[in-house]
Design a protein around this ligand. Structure first.
Ligand code: P6P
Length: 338
């Protein structure tokens, strides 16, 4: 019920799971502790001189933010000693992150974007942490390699994100629905405030970076132009538009009041399937959206069915209210037929 702590909620979930060992509970608690520490760093921002760019680039060739590196260290340090993880993948590091030999390994693989939307940090717009948990193949636990991570998103055992906004809210699924927990800084606990989140059946908002319109494929242009025209263009209603450039914020909004989020393939870089990364952005957000009654697709296939080929693989992402995503998928099918 509302108001219970994340720890109590996880233990209650554990008790509902036959044979659960409690290891998973420990892992989620370690993630929650890391997110509390990250929330503190984000919240203090300029006061602690952590804003601005670091002198390094990530594997994507993007200039890294100081806070992105700090939050990456917070997560790695919180998870590597836990004894619940065999290895990690982070948006901030090119290769897999093994657990140091002096710590015990566990049976989980964790993928995370430690500070999604980090370009917003310097302009004080919400950012977040996104994570995805997979089982490590038993033969790989002692010596995990990149191959252990190359699993489809439907294999996830847990996915979540923490949005550092006016409130710090952790959104979590373990496959039994979606629940949101707000950080009560007074007691230092995440408390259940958004039980059983469901994406509303009707959507009135679309989210896409409109400046890329001239680079889109035809189905996206058709769908977005119809939303812009609203009742003047054949849709049954008018739409509003949002683009926060912070996926965690867009997804939390969609979980709360519906809508569709699109980061499609575009011809700016035809060799690149999309901007967002499959392992630690698209897959976890797809698991959450599907568990909340929504749909998550590339336009041509279910994201959680994609067979991962590399740990920083990019994919197009269209997710949100079921009937809107399915409408757009139908436009992709029609474009294939013409
Ligand atoms: P653009 C943030 O960098 C991110 O990965 C997502 O959180 C966000 O939705 C998207 O990229 C914003 O991209 O091209 O609009 O800056």
């Amino acid at each position: 019920m509302k108001g219970i702590s994340l720890t109590r909620f996880i233990i209650q979930e554990q008790r509902r799971t036959p044979g659960a060992s409690g290891n998973f509970t420990l892992l989620l608690n370690d993630i929650a502790s890391a997110c509390k520490a990250i929330s503190q760093e984000v919240n203090r921002g300029a006061l602690t001189g952590v804003l601005g760019a670091a002198e390094s680039e990530n594997v994507q060739g993007e200039v890294q933010k100081k806070l992105g590196l700090i939050t990456n260290d917070i997560l790695v340090n919180a998870l590597e000693w836990s004894g619940q993880v065999a290895a990690m993948v982070s948006e901030e590091t090119p290769d897999i992150i093994p657990v140091p030999v002096h710590y015990p390994k566990g049976k989980h693989l964790i993928c995370f974007d430690p500070l999604d939307g980090s370009s917003n940090i310097d302009v004080n717009i919400s950012v977040g942490t996104i994570f995805s948990i997979l089982r490590c193949p038993s033969e790989a636990v002692e010596q995990p390699t990149e191959a252990a991570f190359l699993q489809p998103g439907r294999n996830q055992v847990c996915a979540g994100f923490c949005v550092y906004g006016p409130s710090t809210i952790m959104v979590l699924t373990t496959g039994n629905g979606v629940n949101g927990f707000t950080l009560d800084r007074g007691v230092g606990e995440f408390l259940l405030t958004h039980p059983n989140m469901r994406i509303p059946e009707e959507a009135g908002e679309f989210a896409i970076n409109m400046s890329n319109r001239r680079f889109w494929e035809e189905p996206i242009r058709r769908y977005v132009d119809e939303c812009v025209k609203g009742t003047d263009g054949g849709r049954e209603k008018n739409f509003n538009m949002r683009w926060i450039a912070s996926m965690v914020s867009e997804v939390f909004r969609i979980l709360t009041r519906g809508g569709i989020f699109m980061y499609p393939f575009d011809y700016r870089n035809p060799t690149r399937p999309g901007k967002l990364r499959l392992l630690y952005e698209a897959n976890p957000m797809s698991f959450i959206v599907e568990q909340a009654g929504g749909v998550s697709s590339t336009g041509r296939q279910r994201i959680m069915d994609i067979q991962t080929e590399s740990i920083h693989q990019r994919v197009p992402v269209i997710l949100g209210t079921k009937n809107e995503v399915e409408r757009l998928e139908s436009y992709y099918r029609e474009s294939l037929e013409t």
